[in-house]
Design a protein around this ligand. Structure first.
Ligand code: TXA
Ligand code: MG
Length: 335
């Protein structure tokens, strides 16, 4: 299949996403084709349980450099290497500590990225020449099948332009990257909806990015009193402005003046269903934090599609996933 017929194929699959919100059954023909594209140096977008990734074979330095060019991502920000299972991690690291070992055992496959010392020569471009590497075993049948088929690590950041909202459907990828990516695997919408939690396991365990695995869950495994949160500049999502739609985002906790803020045709209101009930211009009301995370990025994108100029986002309360959602909202709102 050449690039053109690939486009037609994507368009047809994307339309299916408009009617259904369920994970699509695994299509082995598509997986085989995607693996072929990767083996010939191409880029493939694929679903994971968090967001869609823009993948290249981790050892193909030229293809990995194309990821940076396609995303318009600064060269100093490393890319996560995805693995079919824990045993493949040995190709990239030989010195991971007890914390990494235990976290991998507890949460892989799953939405957790471990930053561990990198083997010299392994996936240098993906690691942006750092002495460490971010590794993750995703828990999604399509991602897993693709990783098994290629038999090596796949370097993949989120499949969006740098700084924009991460894609949670194949259609989002297509809208963002179009023909700049050779093949888009359409596995349906991503379940978690926000990115993996990143934990650096070098000294004391350090959560570099909040995400779908909570800080408490990390603490349960390595000891809550040992976990440090924050303090990394090599994490692109930690740039103050990130995950941003075109519309201005205003984050509020107190809903006293929400009805006034929400008035006006070019406003979209998103938030916990209980807090936005009865308010005008609500485009997304989430019944719980899982639903909030799952639908957040699609809601931000929808507001742009509808030509809204202001998104008023009501923060979810609480720790865990709610904290990760607040983190994304604050970055989307940063000027
Ligand atoms: O859920 C996810 O993590 C998704 C899916 C596709 O797996 N990927 C993702 O990738 O969010 P990206 O590139 O958008 O964010 C990965 C973050 C970046 O901020 C990067 O700087 C950080 O991980 N990272 C990767 N390797 C690292 C390393 N060796 N040290 C510190 N940070 C690292
Ligand atoms: Mg990203």
């Amino acid at each position: 299949m050449d690039g053109r017929s690939g486009s037609r194929h994507r368009a047809r699959n994307s339309n299916q996403l408009l009617v259904g919100l369920v994970q699509l059954p695994l299509d082995h023909m598509q997986i085989a084709r995607a693996a072929e594209v990767l083996h010939t140096g191409g880029l493939v977008a694929f679903p994971t349980e968090t967001v869609y990734g823009l993948g290249a074979l981790a050892e193909d330095e030229i293809a990995v450099q194309r990821i940076f060019a396609t995303k318009q991502r600064p060269a100093h920000l490393p890319v996560i290497v995805h693995l079919a299972d824990t045993s493949i991690a040995r190709r990239y690291t030989d010195t991971w500590n007890e914390d990494a070992q235990q976290l991998a055992a507890a949460y892989w496959p799953g939405p957790l990225t471990l930053v561990v010392p990198r083997l010299a020569q392994a996936a240098t471009a993906a690691a942006a020449h750092l002495p460490t590497i971010g590794l993750r075993v995703p828990n999604h049948p399509w991602a897993h099948a693709l990783l098994e088929e290629v038999g090596t690590g796949i370097a993949a950041p989120s499949a969006n332009r740098f700084g924009a909202v991460s894609p949670t459907t194949a259609q989002h990828v297509w809208e963002d990257l179009g023909d700049d990516v050779e093949y888009i695997l359409d596995g349906g919408p991503c379940e978690a909806g926000i990115e993996s939690t990143i934990v650096e396991c070098i000294d004391t365990p350090r959560v570099l990015r909040l995400g779908a695995i909570t800080v408490d869950q990390v603490g349960e495994v390595v000891g809550a009193d040992r976990v440090v949160v924050g303090g990394a500049t090599t994490v692109s999502g930690n740039q103050e402005r990130h995950y941003s739609p075109r519309a201005r985002v205003m984050v509020i906790e107190d809903t006293h003046h929400l009805a006034q803020l929400a008035a006006g045709p070019d406003v979209a209101v998103i938030g916990p269903a209980g807090k936005v009930r009865g308010v005008p211009n609500v485009t997304f009301g989430a019944s719980n934090v899982h639903e909030y995370a799952h639908g957040l990025y699609a809601a931000l994108r929808d507001a742009d599609h509808q030509g809204k100029h202001l998104i008023v986002a009501v923060s979810p309360e609480g720790s865990g996933l709610a904290a990760a959602i607040r983190d994304r909202l604050q970055r989307a709102a940063a000027q």
